[in-house]
Write a protein that binds this ligand. Sequence first.
Ligand code: AMP
Length: 285
Amino acid sequence: MQIIRNRQTLIDAITEQKKSNKTIGFVPTMGFLHEGHMTLVSHARKENNCVVMSVFVNPTQFGPNEDFDAYPRDEAHDAKFAEASGVDILFIPTVEEMYPAELATKLHVEKRVSVLDGADREGHFDGVVTVLTKLFHLVSPDNAYFGQKDAQQVAVVSGLVDDYFFPVNLRVIATVREQDGLAKSSRNVYLSDLERKEAPVIHAALTLGRNLIEAGETNESKIIQQMTAKINEQTAHEKIAYLAIYSYPEFTQVTDWTKGIIIAAAVKYSKARLIDNELINVKRR
Ligand code: AMP
């Protein structure tokens, strides 16, 4: 595995691959790698000749009071984990490498961001599309791999790709979970023992919501009420940041319960804010 920190070296390495007609699979991450990331890589490995992963904690997608400084980082672990997972090129740029100058042109997401993380984390998705635009230009991947855990991100990025004709195929991979149902996340290390014990309730509540909908319940506030009660059977979390049901991928109020639906949750613990979701009536792959 080649570790690259510099933009031009990356472009040269990709050009070399493309010269021999190799297809490029790209897995963008913020590092502190876990089995969720590894699953993205294993799909990329199967579907491409060359797998590129980026590890970059992108400052522009963090708000001023968010955890950019505290976000967990461990380059040595990431390098070992990426190599063992089958990554060919690991791109680990500095902030200066990715943002060498103040941006003269800014990207702003218009649709699908007025709810959930888009509403709760102002500017977050502007930062996501900004860094992905840069990364897609550097890597020029044939396929790019994203986790369904960040379902709103998938919807936003697919808007970016469609609007600006990025010649990349987006691949969306199901959420990888711990045995007790908690979605794997780099932020799970910031849970206290009690919080870690209780956090699987997020998935349990989302599953309850799914079961109610699949059993024919269409009273949204009744479903939310039952899910809220489920989470609040536990006491360690600070608050439920949101618990909501929308049409997917539009993120508008549900009018047709037989079409794509997302139930999404964000729960705030003392040092970590965890998100998770369930998709209903959405076929993937
Ligand atoms: P992150 O490093 O958290 O920005 O995540 C990088 C990519 O991995 C994103 O596309 C995430 O959606 C995906 N990802 C993170 N956690 C999981 C998980 N538990 N299962 C599947 N994909 C995940």
